[in-house]
Design a protein around this ligand. Sequence first.
Ligand SMILES: Cc1ncc(COP(=O)(O)O)c(C=O)c1O
Length: 342
Amino acid sequence: MVETSSTVGAMFWRIHRFPRYRLISLPTPLERAERLGRELGLELYVKRDDVMELALGGNKARKLEFILGDALAKGCDTLITRGAYHSNHARLTAAAARKAGLEVHLVLTPPGSPEPQGNVLLDKLLGAEIHYTDTYDEADKLMERIAEELKARGRKPYIIPGGGASPHGVLGYAAAALEILQQLSEAGVRPGYIVHAAGTGATQAGLILGLRLLGADVEVVGISVGRGSGEMRERIVGLVRSAARLLGVKLDLDPEEVVVFDDYRFGGYAIITREVVETMKMAARTEALILDPVYTAKAMYGLADLASKGYFEARPVVFLHTGGTPIPFQTAEQIAPFLAEG
Ligand SMILES: Cc1ncc(COP(=O)(O)O)c(C=O)c1O
């Protein structure tokens, strides 16, 4: 199905028209999670986008390959982006900039612990210029101001929206959709669902776009870690449309067709509860999978809950591990009380 369809060639041709700066070796591993799958009553696979050579990896690296390609094609010499204090996207943007020999400014919101740990520790090691703001609105304005100041000094800055949620960023996961289908096809598996943590919606938008272009009947299930599902659907549709326009593809998508659950936020973005840590333990103790308490553990909790409610109709499920490896170290104090419980 995957290898021979003419739509594959057409899609690939379109994606490869875009400059791409290689940051990671692909494909990332895809593994069968037998013990965890048995516990959840599923044929479960894990796509390991946490396993990458760029500064501890994660989903942002795929987006950054296309974003950086665009920035370099435009002659830019400095990347500017924003994120939460513990942002994986900020860390990977700093790493990507260094790999390409560029300067990098990060706007982090809100200011966090004065003792750098996890992602912020790595941001500093990578030599990013870090700026802090109290709100995301201020962060957007500050990015603009930094860009103006850099231009006045003769530099060529490139602003990346939070989470790499730009049309070029979306292409990273459109390409990943094919990679996942090819790996499963080689293993003789026809997947029914891909489940993952959704923040800005760019990963989900890319997967939906790629799967649509491939004509693959696979449902992408986003587990929102912050925003409500209505807002997420609108964002994802907007990102799919803008990336499709960039590719020159006509593709329409209604918000109702986008599957996002917002029931697994546990009080909101980055709030860590007992259930979240219990899910981290379950994944670690069955599959030695290290999840983080902000993104991937909430997504796995959602997957397990949906499985217990019979959501997945006897078809294989792929959990996309989107990374976040430094976050458990940064949030150790919040995790520790629940670890003590056994
Ligand atoms: C580990 C991890 N998982 C998932 C996400 C969400 O990805 P997206 O913003 O593409 O929805 C992020 C982004 O912040 C992340 O860092």
